[in-house]
Design a protein around this ligand. Structure first.
Ligand code: STX
Length: 338
């Protein structure tokens, strides 16, 4: 049985009215596009992963008559160049110039280039992480925040997803994630282990020059995510995440950010939530989110009472799960009239 994504809660498909490549320095060109109404309220969509890139469905979370919707592919992924699947061949633009703080600076550069004073910031998963980092660095530029599947890359969050915590629920999929690792690293049991060791071992595989080594590792990394994002299995996710170039860039970029715990000091995004005071926000969180467990959304909400927390029963992590998409669109509809 092939389950297709329930996107009916979203607006109809649209095409960009303009797009381009922004030279952000360090050898990186970032792809951006604008959709909807050129005179509408500016909103920027921040994709997940990191390394996931923007998809056509992401344009559909906003009323195109009311919003000027800006989407861009973060450094190294999607239509941005060079692509992280090729970093080993490009000494100019390697992962050392791909950090959270480079992406925050890219957002400011893009905002200025597009002549936007301030904008609604929308992000799910890693997109929520980047949205929080950006809003805390530049609060005066943010009119509202619409966030989904909150992820702050604290040690316990990384240990949960990359260290065997979630294996308590999906041991079969976790075993596939561990399969490419050397026997010395992969724990023989399902016991909770240290994500740092696993992330480091994956890094060596993902940057091995031999495609017979980095290829299967990239697929295993990417498919762990594809098979844990949605509450119920979805063939379209597995197909998309199993595309070899996507998987290699996604795995390398995610692995790099996880290895550096997002370039944050432990707990930074929640500890600095006071900087969001006065910014209205909506936090949409799937109750059964395996990738970014609901506790983080809860803790963010405690620290940022201006936001509304919507706990979606019967949903996992993905942007286009039915209850989640509905609440996200309701939030952008509400702010579209402000
Ligand atoms: N990664 C969580 C995240 O940001 C640990 C994420 N996971 N999958 C995605 O994002 C995409 C579906 C956007 C690729």
């Amino acid at each position: 049985m092939r389950l297709t994504p329930p996107v009916s809660a979203m607006y109809p498909p649209i095409e960009p009215y303009e797009h381009g490549m922004l030279d952000v320095g360090d050898g990186h060109q970032v792809y951006w596009e604008c959709c909807g109404n050129p005179d509408g309220k500016p909103a920027v969509f921040l994709h997940g992963g990191p390394g996931g890139g923007c998809k056509a469905a992401h344009r559909r979370a906003f009323n195109p008559d009311r919003y000027r919707i800006v989407l861009f592919d973060q450094r190294g992924c999607g239509r941005s160049r060079p692509h992280a699947s090729a970093v080993d061949r490009d000494v100019e633009a390697d992962l050392s110039t791909n950090t959270t703080w480079h992406l925050v600076a890219d957002l400011e550069r893009l905002r200025e280039q597009l002549g936007i004073e301030h904008w609604l910031v929308f992000g799910g998963s890693w997109g929520s992480t980047l949205a929080l980092a950006y809003a805390q660095a530049h609060p005066s530029r943010v009119t509202e925040l619409v966030l989904r599947g909150i992820f702050t890359l604290r040690r316990w969050e990384l240990d949960w997803y990359y260290g065997g915590g979630a294996a308590a629920i999906v041991p079969d999929r976790w075993a596939k994630f561990l399969a490419p690792l050397p026997a010395a690293v992969a724990p023989a049991t399902m016991e909770h282990s240290d994500s740092a060791t696993i992330i480091e071992a994956y890094r060596a595989l993902l940057h091995d020059p031999d495609p017979a080594v980095h290829g299967p590792a990239a697929l295993a990394w990417s498919l762990w995510e594809a098979t844990t994002l949605t509450l119920l299995p979805r063939a379209d996710m597995v197909d998309a995440f199993g595309e070899p170039e996507f998987a290699l860039a996604f795995a390398r970029i995610e692995n790099h950010y996880m290895r550096h715990a997002g370039f944050f000091i432990e707990g930074q995004l929640i500890a600095s939530a006071g900087r969001l005071a006065g910014i209205p926000g909506v936090i949409v969180q799937g109750r059964y989110d395996l990738a970014t467990p609901a506790r983080t959304a809860w803790e963010l909400h405690q620290a940022w009472p201006d936001a509304e927390l919507i706990m979606v029963e019967g949903a996992g992590h993905a942007f286009d799960e039915s209850g989640i998409a509905q609440h996200l669109v309701t939030a952008t509809n509400r702010f579209g009239w402000v």
